[in-house]
Design a protein around this ligand. Structure first.
Ligand code: TIU
Length: 229
């Protein structure tokens, strides 16, 4: 039922059923992309992620034009931090004034509704697109996303966003175990040098594609655009 296009992907072509595919934009938030947010407090150079924005915006435009479902995730905790495990709050060995929930340069760090927690303007959601707040690294833990995608008949997921080595990879592995056919869009997650740890990104791509696509496929934005037009 519906159109199936083919994306030139690695390790072999990816069949993309347009009506049953969602684009998942992982955590394109000021907290990770801009100075003064959570990513920087963890000691990272946030400028490294910005190469993902131009391809991410192109991918978003292509998905919208094709009429695909678009899901934006946000790593966001409730203001009362009731969904923040103590283990996560203490991780990083940061002083209390830099932990999740503390007052930072863009509001409370990693708390829903704060300025720093919002999605950057280049890839901001529009009416009708889903926004999923997630308390963990993965998009499926404690979010209800799987049930919502199933209700919508989604079987295939394209992943973009930040960071490849943490939230994107965790979400893609969660999705793989739930039966989705997953494709990582390499430049929309920042390629080749755009990750907090470029060498981790290269390794993540290889881990996904290896063993005949053990976790899924990889392709760049141009390949997805070519398939959708
Ligand atoms: N969204 C996401 O990747 N959260 C992180 O904490 N990433 C890091 O790389 N630290």
């Amino acid at each position: 039922e519906g159109a199936v296009v083919e994306v030139a992907a690695s390790p072999y072509p990816y069949p993309l059923p347009v009506e049953h595919t969602a684009l998942v934009m992982i955590d394109f938030q000021r907290d990770f992309m801009e100075a003064g947010g959570f990513g920087e407090t963890l000691g990272n150079n946030v400028a490294l992620l910005r190469a993902s924005l131009e391809p991410g915006a192109r991918l978003l435009a292509a998905a919208r034009k094709a009429g695909m479902l678009v899901v934006h995730t946000l790593e966001a905790h409730k203001p009362d931090l009731s969904d923040l495990p103590r283990s996560k709050q203490l991780r990083g060995n940061l002083p209390p004034e830099l932990r999740i929930g503390a007052e930072g340069a863009m509001g409370r760090i990693l708390v829903a509704g704060e300025p720093g927690n919002g999605i950057v303007p280049e890839v901001a959601p529009i009416e009708g697109e889903w926004q999923v707040h997630k308390p963990g690294k993965g998009a499926f833990w404690a979010t209800g996303l799987h049930e919502k995608l199933q209700a919508r008949g989604i079987t295939h997921l394209l992943f973009a966003g930040v960071t490849t080595e943490v939230c994107v990879q965790t979400s893609m592995r969660e999705a793989n175990d739930r039966g989705y056919e997953c494709l990582l869009v390499t430049d929309a997650t920042g390629k080749p040098s755009a990750a907090y740890f470029p060498e981790f990104k290269e390794a993540a791509i290889k881990m996904i594609e290896a063993q005949g696509g053990i976790v899924g496929w990889t392709a760049d934005t141009a390949a997805v655009e070519a398939a959708l037009t």
